[in-house]
Write a protein that binds this ligand. Structure first.
Ligand code: FES
Length: 257
């Protein structure tokens, strides 16, 4: 698949919760080609060193308007700079990068937490546009972490919610609801994206019941293009590059979370 280096105009940012923002960019070539699970590498500011790029999962596209949607946590220097970018600014974006989700299956379950719910949102929107409303299980520390549920309403089927403190949904992690959903849901595919311990636990439980499971790994990525090995980790019998071989893998291919 062709990768594009786009000088993308920012058309807006909005606050999703205290630490999470959405940025919308005009990048028609990327919007036209991107599939759920792929990411872009964003140069967060023209005023900083060119190497200051961050990989961000694509949270949605508007192909008619040529817009890509990214959602990110404001946690480090790079994302703090990105959070200050204004409408009309232009930033460099490379993409679409990596391999996305394999969308075979008619009865999917999506399981996510944190900004892992951003690429899953693109997946849910794509499935919904194809006539399949996936069930979604999402977990967070508190109710504030689960602002995502509003974004999934209308495109998801059943939505399961868990919080560590019990402020919304079932108290505990997604593992508190997962076994029951797997038993009752009749799923033929499970897609997972979120913190590593969550993905490890979820994929283990899903593989135990024999349902195909795909996970989207997160790693530090310096180049995003398969050239630097910064994202390399151990797969089954071989080293894998998360940026190029993934970020989506079949759960059984992953040995290092
Ligand atoms: Fe450079 Fe993956 S980020 S090889």
């Amino acid at each position: 698949m062709t990768k594009y280096v786009v000088e993308a105009k920012v058309i807006g940012q909005r606050i999703l919760n205290a630490v999470t923002k959405e940025i919308d960019l005009i990048a028609p070539q990327i919007a036209a080609q991107a599939v759920p699970g792929q990411f872009v590498n964003v140069q967060v500011s023209k005023r900083t060193a060119p190497l200051l790029r961050r990989p961000l999962g694509i949270a949605g596209v508007d192909r008619e308007r040529g817009v890509i949607v990214l959602m990110y946590r404001v946690i480090g220097d790079a994302t703090k700079i990105l959070a200050d970018v204004c409408s009309g600014d232009v930033i460099s974006v490379i993409g679409p990068l990596g391999h996305g989700f394999d969308r075979t299956g008619k009865k999917p379950l999506l399981v996510g937490g944190g900004t892992g719910l951003a690429p899953l949102l693109f997946l849910a929107e794509t499935m919904a546009s194809e006539g399949i409303r996936p069930d979604v299980l999402m977990g967070g520390r508190t109710e504030d972490d689960l602002f995502w549920k509003e974004l999934y309403m209308g495109i998801a089927g059943e939505i399961g919610l868990t919080t560590d403190d019990g402020s919304l949904g079932t108290k505990g992690t997604v593992m508190a609801l997962l076994p029951g959903m797997l038993q009752a849901g009749g799923y033929d595919s499970v897609f997972v994206c979120g913190p590593a311990p969550m993905m490890k636990a979820v994929s283990g439980a899903v593989m135990e019941v024999g349902t195909p499971c795909q996970v989207s790994l997160e790693r530090y990525m310096a180049c995003g293009l398969g050239a630097c090995l910064s994202c390399s980790c151990q797969g089954v019998g071989k080293r894998i590059k998360v940026c190029k071989d993934g970020p989506v893998f079949r759960a059984e291919e992953v040995t290092e979370w």
